[in-house]
Design a protein around this ligand. Sequence first.
Ligand SMILES: [Zn+2]
Length: 476
Amino acid sequence: MRYSTLNCIIPVPHSVKENGEKLSFHSLESIYSSSDSASGAMEKLFSFFAFTGKTLSASDCRKDFQILFAHDSALGKEEWKIEVDSRNIRITSGGKAGFSYAAEAVIQMGFAALREGPSTAYFDGGEISDSPRFAYRGFMLDPSRHFQDTSTVKKAIELLAAFRINTLHWHLADNQSYRMPSGNVPGIVGKGTLTDGAYSREDIKEIVAFAAKNNITIIPELDVPGHSRMILSANRDLACDKENPGSEYCLGNPESKVFIQKLLDEVMELFPDSPVIHVGGDEADTSAWEKCPRCLAAMKEKGFKNMRELENDFMTGITRYIVSKNRTPMMWGTCSGQIYPADTIMQAWLDIREPLRIAPNKNKVVYSVHTSLYFDYPANQSEPLESWMFELTEKGVYMTDPYILWENILSDTILGPEACLWTETIPQWRLIPKLLPRLSAYSECAWSRNERKDYYDFARRKEYLEAAGYYEFLRK
Ligand SMILES: [Zn+2]
């Protein structure tokens, strides 16, 4: 059965109107752009047509049988429109990202058309208008457990961009490793308890530039005060117990804050254009603090009742440091009821009610609840299920709605979703196979409006594109 090429796009667009016309795939001859912002999108289309064995030329004037790019100031930077008639495909947008998203839609339409063979392939005529549901559409990569080299990260970025993800949260340090160049922890950079490896200054520069080209902003993460075993193993004075440094910085040692600020200076220098810096804040264990004379003295001196209050004060100080450098701090939401200044973005991961608890404090929230969006969890029963995991099917990802039942309460709170691919059990070669299958479903959760979503229609579109070779094209 043939479906209209207008109805084969993932993520499903906001509005699609058919006009009954047809444009033969064969007849297309050239691409013309009157906007400088469309160069990346044009590049994508040239490489798609080359992949299909068809050469399109770059034209310097408007003609028939052309793909046309034109800027439209009435549209937002991520908004786009495609009009197809019997002579042209006309693409308009307010910015570079919108042009790229439209080009990706044309590629999907092209694959859908080619399913019947190139000689009879045609694009169905009509008009598509599209814009995102959420301004923030995130994905987290974790090279701190199993390291991923530059080419794997770039491949992941390309895939994320193809599905309109615009934010890469990069978890660059944890108990197992420190993956950034650093003058402050030189002895441990490149060492890892699961795999070795680190990014050089040049690697990071290359990845940042590649992400920007793909309309993706990077949020680097330095996770403190817990998840720091590797750093503390080389800086034992900063732990409560030098003999057994553990994963938590000593909160009662004033040098801890000074040291973290030095590391953050390095992070901000490596990522000069990242408006948001993630400082972790999750899963710190209080037991070492409770036995530490310095932590106990600090708690008493500040008049706090328990170590969570001391931790809250410590992390508030870290977020103030980020703000003083004109960046926005971001933290994992915690289960311990702590409150952070309203300018701190909270990443809800623990349960679906977490955003409801945060909303009254006026913090913005990124939605990453683990049972819906942790991509390391098995997609089916043939994948390993570790003790901390739940099964997360493609349909489970698809049905995720960051507002849950409470859009009226959370509409000013939720920035958007972020899926997370932790790598305790995922070596580099499994990264792309873990990312790609559920990424299409996630893109409709992040981009498409609820009233346009229908899981069975999504499954039909995905199967159609799969059969047409689109996913093979993406993997190459
Ligand atoms: Zn201590």
